[in-house]
Design a protein around this ligand. Structure first.
Ligand code: FES
Length: 571
């Protein structure tokens, strides 16, 4: 048996090896220390991350697989982020979760790791950590929830919350009915069942090659998830034996494959910042423009909310990601490997679409050219992102008068004011929501429409923001504007009444004022005042070192890798 990393702790007859073994002998027999691989299960289970609350059972199946393959499984609880509960936004803590997990993996006697994630930030944080510690690592996505129904109709969690709350504000649904839908929204264990960020990141992780092929999207309540968990445990042991690490599996081609998948499934814009951050940990060359170049011409092949009708349970039944990738096989890098050691494309031969309503053939996309577009202009010199699949086609080329909000609080205070000077052609601008400005870049870019316009039937307007948008949301929303207002971006210079030009076909986002006038402006006092400057703790470290969205919003000192070596002992 090849020497394991964990043997650096357990092998030998000296005092330290004695200590390491003795304290682990609570159920572990002597042969656990004979050089067999020790596999951590980086487990984001938490009662406060309800989407991941079932992971204890899933981890048990992983353990069985690890044991069966001759390894020793070890549960390793890591930082868990519940998207719906964590304030001020889970994104503020993604880098902290990644940093803490990386350090835990490096500090402990483990040889490989199963990354058990689900809710939005958990898979990205785990992958960032694994990339920087560079131990054999396989992602096990915890799976989406089953479809709930309300008044005979399927409910897409997230997407239908936005829709129903707008219906209430428009006077089309009573508050009592709205509240009644609450108990139908979450039918089972698992993460959001729309093509939101959690579903997207699970599928993207599979397209990257970091999961067992075919497992992403398996519903959390489906017995096949536990079977897959067992197999993932076995695979982790094999990966250690074969030395399959992120640094020798993940190439630029792997990331471009993930971008193809992201476009074809109409995935969340959040995948842009997460994939850039993971690539940054590996030193893989990847830019925001790669998302446009590689993905924007790809048709939307999946009819899932928020862009379409169906939900993840339907997607899985219809054939899942492999069926989608088989449709775009010629666009994939055939050399990109998966955690099994075989190329991703090898798994597409038997993939089939079982329901052509849910997964479309390439010749009949739900929308053409639906991938993420990256815009530049005097309002976004570092770029901004828009997802045409979630937008109103008639607004993708638009000139309108800006209505500016300096902060989320400013927006809440004024958006429903009957006197608000706004019409359907206005462009709603929300700033102070970037990585530094909020801090943490919350999902607020799809700001609500003014109630008085909702009552007149307006259902979409152009919105521009330096924050992010929930993957479950929809609308003509230009987001991730870089640099953000708090970092001195021109978004801080816009004034209510300026005309803004959005031209997605030309990839432009501009304020329609002369360059000299723009250069002479100073940032609005209110937007400067709204800038957070925390005095201590994680927020201070974050604000001082976070990068802009166009490179993944990682901390500057966390980009790159430190590997898994630890030279010093603790005793
Ligand atoms: Fe956890 Fe949506 S809230 S995935």
């Amino acid at each position: 048996m090849a020497e394991q990393r964990s043997s650096q702790w357990y092998a030998g007859t000296d005092r330290n090896a004695y200590i390491h073994r003795a304290w682990m002998r609570r159920g572990l027999p002597s042969h656990a220390f004979d050089g067999r691989p020790h596999i951590a299960i980086a487990n984001t289970a938490s009662d406060l991350t309800p989407c991941n609350a079932h992971f204890t059972e899933v981890a048990e199946s992983v353990k069985q697989g690890v044991y069966e393959a001759g390894g020793i499984p070890l549960n390793l609880p890591v930082v868990s982020l519940g998207e719906t509960l964590v304030r001020p936004t889970a994104m503020l803590w993604r880098n902290m979760a990644a940093m803490a997990t990386e350090e835990l993996l490096r500090a402990n006697p483990i040889d490989g790791v199963v990354l058990l994630g689900g809710c939005d930030k958990t898979i990205p944080a785990l992958l960032m950590a694994a990339a920087s510690v560079d131990l054999p690592a396989v992602v096990l996505p915890g799976g989406p929830m089953l479809t709930g129904t309300f008044r005979g109709q399927a409910l897409g969690c997230g997407t239908d919350v936005w829709r129903l709350s707008e219906e209430v504000r428009a006077g089309k649904l009573s508050e009592a009915q709205f509240l009644k839908s609450e108990s139908s929204m979450i039918r089972s264990r698992g993460h959001c069942n729309t093509m939101g960020t959690a579903s997207t990141m699970a599928l993207v992780a599979e397209a990257l090659g970091t999961t067992m092929p075919g497992i992403a999207g398996t519903p959390a309540a489906d017995s096949r998830l536990l079977e897959g968990a067992h197999e993932t445990g076995r695979l982790a042991v094999e990966m250690v034996a074969e030395g399959r690490r992120p640094s020798n599996l993940l190439t630029r081609g792997s990331f471009l494959n993930a971008i193809v998948a992201l476009a074809a499934v109409g995935g969340s814009t959040n995948a842009v910042v997460h994939l850039l951050a993971i690539a940054g940990r590996l030193g893989v060359e990847l830019t925001q423009d790669d998302f446009d170049r590689t993905g924007s011409g790809i048709g939307l092949l999946v009819d899932l909310q928020p862009a379409g009708r169906f939900l993840m349970e339907d997607f899985h039944r219809a054939g899942g990601l492999l069926a989608v990738l088989a449709e775009v096989r010629d666009l994939l890098d055939p050399t990109a490997l998966t955690v099994t050691g075989k190329p991703l494309v090898d798994y597409l031969d038997d993939a089939a679409i079982w329901d052509r309503e849910v997964i479309r053939v390439r010749a009949e996309p739900l929308q053409a050219n639906a991938g993420i577009a990256v815009l530049y202009g005097n309002l976004a010199p570092g770029g901004a992102v828009v997802k045409p699949a979630a937008a109103s086609p008639e607004l993708l080329n638009h000139r309108g008068r800006a209505l500016v909000f300096d902060s989320i609080e400013d927006m809440h205070a004024r958006i429903d004011d009957p006197e608000l000077d706004v019409d359907a052609d206005s462009v709603l601008v929300l700033r102070g929501c970037g990585p530094k400005g909020y801090p943490g870049m919350p999902e607020v870019a799809n700001l609500p429409l003014p109630a008085k316009l909702l009552r007149h039937g307006v259902r979409d307007m152009v919105r521009i923001c330096d924050g992010r948008m929930s993957g479950t949301a929809y609308g003509t929303v230009v987001l991730h504007v870089s640099p953000e207002a708090a970092a001195g971006g021109p978004l801080a210079l816009v004034r209510t009444g300026d005309f803004i030009i959005l031209d997605v076909a030309a990839r432009r986002l501009d304020i329609d004022i002369p360059a000299e006038e723009l250069a002479a402006r100073t940032p609005s006092a209110a937007s400067v005042d709204a800038y957070a400057n925390p005095s201590r703790g994680w927020e201070r470290l974050y604000v001082q070192t976070v990068q802009q969205a166009n490179t993944g919003a990682d901390l500057d000192f966390l980009m790159g890798s430190s590997g898994h070596q630890v030279s010093r002992e603790s005793h």
